[in-house]
Design a protein around this ligand. Sequence first.
Ligand code: HEM
Length: 503
Amino acid sequence: MALPITEIIWTILLALTLYIFYKKRKAKNSAYPPGPPGLPIIGNLLQLGNVPHKKMMEWSKQYGKIYSMHLGAEHCIVLNDPKIIKELLNDISTTGRPGNPVSLAVSEGRYGIVNAEGKPWEAQRRFVLRTLRDFGFAKRSMEGMILEEVSSFLDWMESKQEAPIQCYRLFNTAVVNALWYIVTGEKNEWRGSDADSKSELLRVADDFMPSIQACVMSGLFQAPFLRHIIPNWSGWNQLQRAVQGINGLCEKVIHRHKANFDPSTPKDFVDEYLIEISKTTDPNSSFYGKVGEQNLKINVADLFEGGNETTSTELCWIMLYLSQYPAVQKKLQAEIDKATGSDRLPALSDKNSIPYVEAIIQEVFRSSPLIPLGVPHKMIADNHFQGYLLPEGATVIANSYTCAKDPEIWGDPETFRPERFLSEDGTTVLKHEAVIPFSVGRRVCIGETLARDTLFLFITSIFQRFDILPDPDNPDPDFEPEVGILMVPKLFTFIARKRNIFK
Ligand code: HEM
């Protein structure tokens, strides 16, 4: 196949033009935030090194809480302070998403929520939030769905009989099953976390994150034109297959719902959305006809992709910390025992009696930020903020890593100490504005309640029944993450020993 040389030349010329344009604009406008000098065309890309969030934290000491940098032709504003992040992400001018062709391939354009902007994003987000609230999020029915998966997971863990358990993707099966049930009303049968034969749902779920990771590692997000030149090596083909898998599955679920559709008795989120489509007569609405169906498909995919790896990976982080901090684990178990005894599984109504688990979750989020640079936003209008001009079109990065690790905020940021999030008498969880794993402002994660409830139910149930011990053959696991869009713990194993009160 001939190389699309013309396209490459045009891309390079465009990058150069944009670079010169921004340089001129910057020179003309001294109100533009300062930042590290970069190279033509690639900007600061190479300086970021292997752990970009750490380099970006370093730059904040030199250039301030708001600074600028260039990633190729992309012009970025980096925010490094919790108050600034909160104020700016609450402003409508920051609610766009960069139009990276690789990200847009996942949402087949600007459909769904994650990559949508403007009026369609507002309408879709509002509808999804409201409907999920009615159908499950923060409701008892959702709790039951999660607990079913928790229960299967505990049985599986017991069957391991103290053999070392590998934590890699350990929770994905349970989390995917619960998430799919909550969003689509369809039950996926439990298959153990190490099952050989996986359902289509679990297979497509497993393929997604590795395909994104392949694109991150090859630099495809920064140089999207590589997809035309080295589609295999750049991860592009892998991503295309993974996206077709997930989006195809979502399409099938919608067809099944349409076949059994009864508007008088909506059973789940998909039914509710189909009713909204059937009611919509305005051709400009994002719920109208085929556009509506396309938005429904990508919404289901967004919820699934947004909720699966994040929640599953955070559970692995918590297991890592608790296996290495036995005193914290013992204190947690004492609280769980006091609240629930051993006759029943913990429930969401126990939250107030087990504040320590929330403190642990906060401290794990702070110690090992899961998404240290958040999900990038885009300025959709110029904004004059704290003496700076933040121009329309610039990418906005909220560096939650800096907030989580700033010694001025925490004093001892490198110490793992869940007590920092408890009141002096230990009975109340203290929220802190500098811990923002779900982001803040207008685009704050819509799955926060579901994620926090899932973490609570899994962690309290596991530690109620098991002591989690380091694997004697691998007793000192590494706390440094594998760097990608998500920070994932390096491979580690642990032992699950049934507690005496359950023997
Ligand atoms: C530990 C678990 C989770 C973490 C740490 C997390 C974190 C985040 C973050 C940082 C964002 C970006 C917000 C922004 O743009 O400023 C986000 C957005 C989003 N999350 Fe989550 N998330 C989690 C779980 C979930 C779950 C369970 C769901 C759904 C079932 C979900 C669905 C979404 C969606 C749809 C968005 C896009 C919101 C928008 O663009 O308006 N997430 N999440």
